[in-house]
Write a protein that binds this ligand. Structure first.
Ligand SMILES: Nc1nc2c(c(=O)[nH]1)N[C@H]1C(S)=C(S)[C@@H](COP(=O)(O)O)O[C@H]1N2
Ligand SMILES: [Mo]
Length: 334
């Protein structure tokens, strides 16, 4: 313990080192790099205070290039970027819709690595840099339907997950794909406190059947609106499965595991009578506590005035994906 008065503590002493370094990067991205280079760290911390709470600074995002735009028949109006980046579910950073944008800005997303392992001939630890070199990005304009009955239309930048799985060469017993979000309670307050994190047992985990994971609509996304993902949307890399409820689209992924068994999934573990493994968007199967027949589409108007529209089976992607579930009772396999 120190006997110095609190105001003498430098930011390094009160902030975990890695978080401090990330804040330093933010200051540099704000165009203060000359100051950053020459001024002692304690004074930089003072500068951060002068600009407001460091947590309120937005993490820098860089432009990403992409090959083409694919709309998959969607002509819906895009949800404005400011709504997509400020109304989020990311319980690692708190359960209110505005918590992730407030609390995720200092998440360290560079460097980042993503491991693919399990029943594969070529397990590999990918860096995000290598992923960006290997897989050309496309802009995919998808509907996103949360199980809470709100929805958005989001221009993601990403590539088919199938391309990454193929490189790993799944083995003969491969049937499922398991996904895992970063576990780092120092960076994710919701993982430190069950109260902040909504009672979830972290890390957040998700899963798909192998054929769902290999479907061309299933993407790994690294960006939206032409730039890298903001932390609150799952930077630097997240899953997007547009015909399933939003909770399947797991954020900030560090591990993908190919397996022969249906993997546990976070919301199913929390309330299995409310959230199934499949979680295909289905207006005909109500959530036990509310109807799924319609949704509030978040557009350019105010959040409260968002208009209600009918929900479509498979979120409107039935032509592409319904055949995956032929012969299955979707009331039983919700
Ligand atoms: N790791 C993690 N991934 C997550 C969540 C979460 O709390 N933690 N929330 C899910 C839910 S419920 C939804 S609706 C979407 C929201 O994505 P968005 O904030 O980018 O719109 O992320 C999903 N992925
Ligand atoms: Mo959700």
């Amino acid at each position: 313990m120190t006997n110095k008065p609190k105001w003498q503590l430098s930011a390094e002493q009160v902030t975990p080192e890695r978080v401090f370094q990330q804040r330093r990067k933010i200051v540099q991205a704000l165009g203060l790099s000359a100051i950053g280079a020459s001024v002692p760290l304690g004074v930089q911390a003072g500068l951060l205070d002068w600009f407001g709470q460091p947590e309120e600074q937005l993490a820098p995002r860089r432009s990403l290039s992409f090959e083409k735009t694919l709309r998959y028949g969607i002509n819906d109006e895009l949800t404005p970027e400011d709504k997509i980046v400020s109304h989020n579910n990311f319980y690692e950073f708190g359960t209110d819709k505005t918590d992730p944008a407030k609390n995720a800005q200092s998440l360290i997303t560079d460097p980042w690595s993503l491991t693919i392992e399990g029943d594969v001939a070529n397990p590999r630890v990918w860096t995000v840099e290598d992923i960006l070199k290997e897989f050309p990005l496309e802009e995919r304009i998808y509907r996103m339907r949360c199980v809470e009955a709100w929805s958005m239309v989001i221009p993601w930048l990403g590539f088919s997950l199938a391309n990454l799985i193929e490189k790993a060469e799944p083995g003969a017993s491969a049937k499922y794909v398991a996904f895992e979000t970063l576990y780092d309670p120092e960076q994710m307050p919701g993982q430190k406190s069950r109260f902040v994190g909504g009672g979830i047992n972290y890390p957040y985990v998700e899963g798909l059947r192998l054929d769902e994971a290999m479907h061309p609509l299933t993407i790994l996304s690294l960006g939206l609106y032409g730039k890298t993902l903001p932390p609150q949307n799952g930077a630097p890399i997240r899953l997007v499965v547009p015909w399933k409820y939003g909770f399947k689209s797991i954020k900030s992924i560090v591990k993908i595991r190919i397996t022969d068994k249906m993997p546990p999934t976070t919301w199913n573990q929390l309330a299995s009578n409310e959230y199934g493994f499949y979680a295909n968007v289905n207006p005909n199967v109500s959530h036990p506590r509310w109807s799924q027949a319609s949704e509030r589409r978040i557009g350019s108007g105010g959040l409260l005035s968002a208009k209600r529209i009918p929900t479509e089976p498979f979120n409107g992607y039935g032509d592409q994906v319904a055949s995956l579930y032929e012969g299955m009772d979707l009331r039983q396999w919700y």
